[in-house]
Design a protein around this ligand. Structure first.
Ligand SMILES: Cc1cc2nc3c(=O)[nH]c(=O)nc-3n(C[C@H](O)[C@H](O)[C@H](O)COP(=O)(O)OP(=O)(O)OC[C@H]3O[C@@H](n4cnc5c(N)ncnc54)[C@H](O)[C@@H]3O)c2cc1C
Length: 452
């Protein structure tokens, strides 16, 4: 370790001539914030995580679909997700600490990306999986129909909305099969993941404070020096990490960084809906994650014979930009109808339940729907933001990468000139952090959607 800040730092004076309370402050205790705290604590850092919410994972993490998949559009996106899966598989060993609330379960049900002709997302990801060595099966349309007898394998696309006459047209032709990855799955309780990470970080000395709002980032010249809380008090630390999810742009602004990054972040509202599975097929038990770009949705099994349905951001669905402190937290008929009726195209026996069940959350969307894991122009101030509805699965590996970055930069690395490459703990893959720079050019290979 290069710059582990020892306990003696606690009594050292910072540049602003005030006592340093912690080695690092982490803004936010969602699944990624808690992972950053844990990874720093593993390296001997004395961290304080501050969250204005009531508990770990109570922000956007709590409404996550928590799907673990490798179907990203860029090589580093695929590599990171593959590395990330191994943390979930090794969760108990990785944490090295119990949680009185229990540990999450990684349900490895696999994922089928439905294929539309020779194009589409399934065709994009296959060569990337070959490159990384991710196992997959290529299902024919007959394989798909055999695995899911309740599916209509017709082609309905491009996706439309229910108020469009084209929505109700019969399918023309058939899907060309599916790309199936057996190692994919989902986490049964996303908020519990953050709680598990918090308990693991605490076991290594980290502290967490809830119902506490940060209103300002303190600086001393070009160096970050701590945070100011809503009650007017200050907490001093030479390193502050912005992991504020949909509030990331607001926290960057507090640090005086508005307009300093080529890639920006902004929240988009999303709904996920839960419906009972079809009566003639126990999807909860025998289902897999399904990415169905032909109808514009993804869905996954949920305990009991239930199904969670989310939208894959087809062009016909307008982005619902949101104020993170004032957005509609109720399930709406507009989104419910679109998701559930689209799912009925693929599974005609599903039906439309009377009771609308679901969750509402915000994606913290970056300019190119890829995350920003980086330092900033304010020395000591780091960001793990712009997670664009697709980084739950990468929480632990992102924590590892951020901790490596923070140590290296605090030790003098000029990451902007010589971007850090982090070796994956499980796969040994080289993860190039330059791809997640705040100042990258918009990545033309991004799907510009939740696919990443
Ligand atoms: C509907 C939905 C579905 C998703 N589905 C998937 C999926 O299937 N697979 C996947 O990989 N990813 C998915 N994601 C994305 C994933 O859930 C997020 O990327 C991840 O949870 C973000 O975690 P985080 O810790 O960065 O942010 P959050 O969980 O949002 O945590 C940020 C925390 O910061 C706190 N905070 C903000 N401002 C302040 C302040 N000023 N002072 C103190 N605290 C502050 C908030 O209270 C919050 O708790 C989904 C997201 C949503 C919304």
């Amino acid at each position: 370790m290069s710059t582990c800040l020892s306990d003696t730092m606690l009594i050292m004076m910072s540049e602003s001539n005030s006592v340093v309370d912690y080695d690092a402050i982490v803004v936010g205790a969602g699944v990624i914030g808690a992972a950053v705290a844990f990874e720093l604590a593993r390296r001997g850092w004395r961290t304080l995580s501050i969250d204005k919410g009531p508990a770990a994972g109570s922000g956007s993490t709590s409404s996550s679909g928590s799907i673990i998949r490798f179907s990203y559009s860029t090589p580093v996106g695929v590599m990171m997700a593959w590395e990330g899966m191994h943390y979930w598989k090794d969760w108990e060993n990785y944490l090295e600490a119990p949680d009185e609330s229990g540990l999450i379960e990684f349900v490895q049900c696999g994922m089928a990306s439905l294929a539309v002709g020779d194009d589409g997302h399934a065709a994009t990801i296959k060569p990337l999986w070959d490159q990384v060595g991710i196992p997959y099966e290529e299902w024919t349309t007959a394989d798909l129909a055999e695995r899911f007898p309740v599916f209509d394998v017709g082609l309905f696309g491009p996706p439309t909305r229910p108020d469009d006459d084209n929505f109700w047209q019969d399918p023309v032709g058939e899907l060309s099969g599916a790309l199936f990855s057996p190692d994919s799955g989902y986490i049964d309780d996303p908020a519990l993941s953050a709680h598990n990470l918090m308990r693991a970080a605490e076991a290594k000395g980290s502290e967490f404070r809830f119902n506490t709002e940060i209103v300002n980032i303190l600086r001393s010249g070009s160096q970050c020096s701590g945070v100011e809380l809503a009650d007017g008090s200050a907490i001093r630390a030479p390193v502050v990490v912005n992991v504020a999810g949909p509030h990331s742009a607001i926290v960057n602004k507090m640090a005086g960084l508005a307009g300093t990054m080529a890639i920006t972040t902004r929240p988009i509202r999303h709904e996920i809906h839960q419906v009972p599975g079809p009566k003639d097929f126990d999807f909860g038990e025998h289902g897999t994650n399904i990415a169905d770009d032909d109808t514009g949705i993804y869905f996954r099994p949920q305990s009991g014979n239930n199904i969670l349905i989310g939208g894959s951001d087809p062009a016909c669905d307008k982005h619902e930009w949101a104020d993170p402190d004032d957005f509609n937290g109720e399930v709406t008929a507009t989104h419910w109808d679109a998701h559930v009726l689209r799912a009925n195209k693929r599974m005609p026996s599903l039906g439309v339940p009377h009771r609308k069940m679901g969750v509402v959350g915000l994606y913290d969307v970056s300019s190119d729907w890829l995350p920003i894991y980086d330092r900033t122009d304010l020395d000591g101030f780091y960001v793990a933001i712009g997670t664009s509805g697709n980084q739950f699965k990468n929480a632990a590996v992102a924590g590892h990468m951020m901790a490596e970055l923070i140590e290296e930069v605090e030790d003098g690395l000029d990451h902007d000139v010589d971007p850090l490459v982090v070796r994956g703990r499980y796969t040994g893959l080289d993860l190039e952090m330059g791809a997640f720079s705040r100042n990258r050019k918009i990545n033309p290979n991004s799907s510009m959607s939740v696919h990443g």
